[in-house]
Write a protein that binds this ligand. Structure first.
Ligand code: UAG
Ligand code: ATP
Ligand code: API
Ligand code: MG
Length: 487
């Protein structure tokens, strides 16, 4: 049983109208989810303002409201609590409602443009392998000790987040590894959480539709480190241009990792093949199953985190060497005629460049690289021509197609991509709007030994067209088309 007064710990409010001595049955920030006895938190969003729904929330049974401005006319016995920032208050209230679960386990957050899911998933797999009970919050899925809970966001909203952490504590988890998206930092979804550590992977072009400028995007990521407590560690990639910027104002213990620059944790790539990576990790040579130099960074970040969390080096390296990471990341299938199909979640210019340069580095000889790629609708338009150009720079043939068009016209998104393709590159490019047809065409163009890279959707099992999510699975498409080939 929770009273409003129990939820106010650590919350700075400017005014309370009412007694705070009321029992709260649920905390909600969406009026459509109000039940009798709810505390409704009115949040200003990107599309609408939650303050416009206070009246509706009260009609539906909310008995207390947190807001930045009082509504003009609300009738009934309702407590009002005024705050400077409702989104920030929602984080603190949610944590209090679930008895601050992040303080009862070790919570480690991973932020950066690319590599969050891979790093968080590897950490979860590693620590379970080392014998700990763990939770995972990721783009692909959430997990509590092997129990899968579908995920809707990279970082859930504060209520869902604290509820999941509370379930992890109930199930005796020692650790939780989570992704921290820039949207989540900007919207205070992680407000009220206590982190044991924060990891930064890299910062490249993405989400400028939301953050407007690269500097705005950088500041959102940096704010995560600015708010880490003294007791935490802040681990950054020194090879990234902004790696050290992230740590400028943190109170946490500063730690670095890198392949090129001086760092607390260092790795050297000795071999990079389809079969995996041979790395020298702080003096020890170890083979890993993960492919590509970008995964050397992910593996190093995971290794450094495990050491910072007090784990034994030999056990960590033994376990890590067997792990394969998250679904849909450099995930490959081989056809009867030896065509290789790679599904990868590369949906930023940097990720496309990384996956294709890795393929370039590890292919044996003159095999063609055929890339199938699209860009998401209702997302950063500036990355479209750059992703298409990068695909052309690193491939022998490129099929431009649809990703998740969402509310946009698929042909227009492809036109935006085509703008990045110069006249010389046009000759090796085809545009096919239907992603099924695009993958089928790639398979039919491929000669034995050729490599098809299907980029952008990775683990996703749907394609969102005009708000309807139709079943779609890149790997399944490759496998089905491969079945039509003979050896
Ligand atoms: C752009 C964005 O991030 N939007 C997120 C945001 O919603 P919003 O600000 O648009 O909300 P809104 O519709 O304007 O509503 C404002 C407020 O009014 C309330 N409301 C609204 C209508 C109503 O009838 N009653 C009511 O009370 C809403 O509940 C909300 O509190 O807050 C919501 C609750 O947390 C999120 O679900 C929603 O994610 C949308 C669905 C989304 O697609 N987000 C993506 C871009 C995202 O967050 N992606 C990142 C990953 C990015 C990466 O790859 O790095 C992620 O963490 O998943
Ligand atoms: N450390 C890295 N540096 C650069 N690119 C990477 C790195 N790790 C993975 N990638 C590329 O980025 C893609 C996405 O990786 P991953 O899912 O781990 O990132 P993410 O940060 O979780 O992405 P999202 O923000 O969409 O959840 C991979 O499929 C791969 O192409
Ligand atoms: N977390 C990323 C996912 C992009 C995946 C890609 N398939 C797309 O739909 O754009 C985003 O919200 O930008
Ligand atoms: Mg992710």
């Amino acid at each position: 049983m929770k009273y409003l007064s129990d939820l106010l710990e650590g919350l700075a409010f400017t005014e309370l109208q009412g007694s705070a001595d009321v029992e709260i049955t649920a905390v909600v920030f969406d009026s459509r989810k109000v039940v009798a006895g709810s505390l409704f938190v009115a949040v200003r969003g990107t599309a609408v303002d939650g303050h416009d729904y206070i009246e509706q929330a009260v009609k539906d049974g909310a008995i207390a409201v947190i807001c930045e401005d009082l509504p003009p006319h609300v009738t009934g016995e309702v407590d009002f609590l005024m705050v400077a920032n409702s989104a920030e208050a929602l984080g603190i209230i949610s944590a209090n409602f679930y008895d601050n679960p992040s303080q009862k386990l070790k919570l480690v957050g991973v932020t950066g443009t690319n590599g969050k899911t891979t790093t968080a998933t590897l950490l979860y797999q590693l620590f379970r392998d080392l014998g700990y009970k763990c939770g995972l919050l990721s783009t692909v899925e959430n997990q509590i000790n092997g129990q899968v809970i579908p995920s809707t966001h990279t970082t859930p909203d504060p209520i869902a987040l604290n509820q999941l952490l509370h379930d992890m504590v109930t199930k005796s988890c020692d650790y939780c590894f989570m992704e921290v998206s820039s949207h989540a930092v900007a919207q205070h979804r992680i407000g009220g959480l206590t982190f044991a550590g924060g990891i930064f992977s890299n910062l490249t072009h993405d989400h400028l539709d939301y953050h407007k400028t690269f500097d705005g995007y950088l500041k959102a990521k940096k704010a995560f480190f600015d708010h880490l407590p003294k007791t935490a560690f802040a681990l950054t990639n020194v090879d990234d241009k902004n790696g050290l910027v992230m740590l400028q104002n943190t109170k946490a213990a500063k730690k670095t990792y890198g392949l090129k620059n001086m760092a607390d944790f260092k790795v050297k790539i000795l071999e990079n093949q389809f079969g995996g990576l041979l790395l020298n990790v702080d003096g020890d040579e170890v083979w890993f199953k993960m492919v590509g130099s970008f995964n050397a960074y992910n593996l190093l970040a995971v290794y450094a985190t495990a050491i910072l969390l007090g784990q034994d080096k030999a056990s960590v390296l033994t376990s890590l060497s067997n792990l394969t990471g998250a679904e849909g990341r450099f995930d490959y299938v081989i056809a009867p005629n030896k065509v290789i199909g790679i599904v990868d979640y590369a949906h930023t210019p940097d990720a496309v460049q990384n996956v294709l340069s890795t393929v370039h580095d590890i292919r044996k000889g003159t095999e063609q690289v055929i890339t199938v790629i699209g860009c998401g609708g209702d997302r950063d338009k500036a990355k479209r021509p750059v992703m298409a150009k990068t695909a052309c720079d690193w491939s022998d043939k490129v099929i431009l197609t649809s990703d998740n068009p969402r509310s946009e016209e698929p042909t227009q998104i492809i036109k935006d991509m085509e703008a990045g393709v110069d006249i010389a590159a046009k000759r090796k490019t085809i545009s096919i709007t239907d992603r099924h047809e695009a993958i089928k065409t790639a398979v039919h163009l491929a000669q034995p030994g050729d490599i098809i890279v299907v980029a952008g959707k990775g683990h996703e099992k749907y394609q969102d067209i005009k708000g309807v999510k139709n079943h779609f699975d890149d790997k399944e498409e490759l496998i089905n088309n491969f079945k039509t080939l003979t050896n």
